[in-house]
Write a protein that binds this ligand. Structure first.
Ligand SMILES: [Zn+2]
Length: 377
């Protein structure tokens, strides 16, 4: 398949798909690898969707063929050393500038090492493990109407994953790396799709985190919207004292401020996207399948000058991936296959940050007290 071209308004978009390796797909990009503007991306995505479905597999990555083609630069652990060195150099270049210009986008993959169940992986995914609650459909656990009628499924789940309670759900090396980015004045913002609160527990300040799907640090009534005392809600859920009720209207159920289906995303998200994205120089996309809009569209909304690095088990999204292995590599996008923590550790070694990383991780390890150990059982 050759290069395909679409003209839309005053911009021209190109794609090409090499016949054998879908990993090398060059997708939605203006000449020179630019990206679409905030407003045209949704239109372009809509236009391209039938095409993508008909012939080009953007979501799949043939890792075995990638291994062969890139074997010269790879270490034994599967980490591509050239890619790692390039990413480290990009970070060092920004460090010299002394301005926070890195945007991070986190998905479930950054929390896999913390034992947080992935929402979508068949067999091990959260939805598959919810069968014991006899949900009419798995997503009902995050459905507002269902919670109103049968809150037990969500309450049981919340007890299981409440942040900061169980030692095995401690922040991962990737979360510690994000805290180091902030400490070194490199971080513009971390957008996360996760509700496990591990970015915060890993040492980042709440100002630097945009938890797109909410968090467990506050709670409110689903009927009147009044804020509730989060400590009381937490105790009620962990001690299985029944559904927390609103102390203002007295008839509404209270839940942590996790965004359920049918609820609006936090208004802060829209504001930050508009303010942050034009200022980004480097975007790190970590452990996400980029399947949930609007967060999945953020990589398409950064300026064409912004470099993008995907650390994930497989290639996803619309990145024009380079390997970093060629001296004349012009691509602004890089992809490193594998688990996030392995890639992050390699990058930290290249930066000389490994000791700092491990100290940060140790300092934020969750230590279960006697009470919380009992609670967790
Ligand atoms: Zn209420």
């Amino acid at each position: 398949m050759g290069i395909q071209r679409i003209q839309l308004f005053n911009k021209v978009y190109y794609f090409s798909a090499p016949a054998r390796c879908s990993r090398q797909v060059r997708s939605i990009g203006t000449p020179g690898g630019g990206c679409c503007s905030y407003h045209t991306v949704p239109v372009v995505s809509k236009l391209l969707t039938p095409w993508i479905r008909s012939g080009i597999q953007l979501q799949r990555c043939n890792l075995s063929s990638h291994s062969k083609s890139a074997s010269s630069g790879k270490q034994n652990d599967g980490i591509h050393s050239e890619t790692v060195r390039t990413v480290a150099k990009w970070i060092q270049d920004l460090e010299k500038q002394g301005l926070p210009k890195i945007i991070v986008l986190c998905g479930a993959g950054v929390s896999v090492a913390a034992g947080i169940p992935d929402f979508r992986s068949p067999g091990t995914g959260l939805y598959d493990n919810l069968q014991k609650y006899n949900l009419p459909y798995p997503e009902a656990v995050f459905d507002l109407d269902y919670y109103r009628q049968r809150p037990q499924a969500f309450l049981s789940l919340a007890k299981e994953i409440w942040p900061g309670v169980q030692e095995q759900h401690s922040p991962t090396l990737t979360h510690s790396f994000l805290a180091l980015l902030e400490q070194n004045n490199l971080l513009l913002r971390c957008y996360t799709q996760n509700i496990d609160g591990l970015e915060f527990l890993g040492g980042m300040s709440s100002d630097k985190i945009m938890e797109c799907h909410g968090h467990f640090r506050s709670a409110s009534c689903i009927r009147c919207g009044s804020p509730a005392d989060i400590e009381k809600v937490k105790e009620s859920i962990l001690q299985q004292q029944g559904t927390p009720m609103c102390e203002q209207c007295h008839i509404g159920h209270v839940k942590p401020d996790i965004v359920f289906f049918g609820e609006a995303l936090p208004p802060r998200l829209n504001l930050l996207i508009q303010n942050d994205l034009p200022r980004a120089s480097l975007m790190l996309i970590l452990g996400t399948s980029l399947q949930v809009v609007p967060v999945s569209l953020i990589p398409d909304w950064v300026p064409s000058s912004c470099r993008r690095v995907l650390l994930n088990r497989e290639l996803v999204g619309n990145l024009a991936i380079g390997t970093g292995s060629h001296p004349n590599e012009k691509s602004r996008d890089l992809f490193q296959a594998g688990d996030c923590d392995d890639s992050i550790l390699a990058i930290c070694r290249a930066l000389g940050w490994e000791d700092l990383l491990r100290k940060q991780n140790e300092a934020t390890r969750i230590r279960a007290t006697a009470t919380t150990t009992m609670d967790a059982k």
